[in-house]
Design a protein around this ligand. Sequence first.
Ligand code: NAD
Ligand code: MG
Length: 394
Amino acid sequence: MRRRLCILGATGSIGESTLDVVARNPDRFEVIALAANRNTRKLAEQCARFGARLAVIADRAKVDELADDLQTAGSTADILGGEEGLIAAVGLPEVDTVMAAIVGAAGLTPTFQAAREGKTILLANKESLVIAGEVFVAEARRTGAPVLPVDSEHNAIFQSLPPNFTDGLDAIGVEKIILTASGGPFLDLPAEELVAVTPEQACAHPNWDMGQKISVDSATLMNKGLEVIEARWLFNARPEQIDVLVHPQSIVHSMVSYRDGSVIAQLGTPDMRTPIANVLAWPERIHAGVPHLNLAQINDLSFSEPDLDRFPCLRLAFSVMKAGNNAPAVLNAANEIAVEYFLKGRIGFDHIPDLVEDVLNRVPTAPIVCLDDVFEQDRLAREQAEMYALECND
Ligand code: NAD
Ligand code: MG
């Protein structure tokens, strides 16, 4: 039977890679609904090409533009706008699988809806798990919604674990999960030069071609910090069971260290179509269009400890994971604002960790028991982040 897909964030880097894999395997997938934020032209072209029945544009002001673009592209897809549209797309009875590839906390509501409805979730939107991990995992468990990780590191770990890993890592003899980090474009830049880096430099990742936000996160190592928290929830790990190793070649995508001394890793060319194909077809294997890895051509696979002094975002994320409660939601919101301001030239690259730490200090500890708590903490943190930027520019 064909998998029937809803792709949230279809026009982004992950969304486009997903459609590329779908196009290579047309017998296996049916595209039911596609959703994007503002890019109506690209969304309409995708709907026409893949025969989507529903097009959703999150920015409601763009609904008319989408109607025109769909007509021009030759698609007869129905149209919905806003967050209700995203929720409706996920909930279509024809949809069995949701690719959650919206960037940022904006992805939480529709991704959570997929969990609520017991749909298979292909999870790229790591921010959902960072800010609402415990509530999200509990909901997916309640409804039996499978959550398959798209993030390359987590997909590598998923491939390196036995199927019953949700029983807990102790039960399957796992001692550590080791996430690899490329180190980003500034791995070897002297600390004093980090002050002057530009958004263009920060977005030019040496190994991966990604959206702007995750590119900046990779440059600060906040991406690895978010991934540490993501791993905690995906694999039911205790904080002390997660380590990070810098591996600049991005060939070993992550590894699992077992009690008996075995270390199992997944390797591959750095191309998101591999983990995407893995979750799309799981437990089967399909072609992804990715060049095969030729280890004989790779001279060097190197590994080192991350430098938490030069990249304080990773240190902050580790401490936030241990603190729990609202801290991860506050860290994430502060980081989203910091990245946005950095991209707009309002703050410098070195202000990103400063802003995040400042906001973490300003927002008091609070428990998270439901989604509304998450949204409230997200709002408080964004308010404080705004204050920081204003004070910075004084
Ligand atoms: P991107 O910026 O390229 O694309 C983001 C997508 O989300 C776009 O389609 C955009 O229209 C949509 N979007 C943005 N805001 C929205 C909103 N408010 N409502 C609805 N849709 C909205 O980002 P990306 O690089 O594809 O990353 C997407 C997610 O996948 C992120 O959470 C990222 O951390 C994760 N991820 C990406 C990669 C990668 O290689 N790009 C790897 C691992 C994980
Ligand atoms: Mg990753």
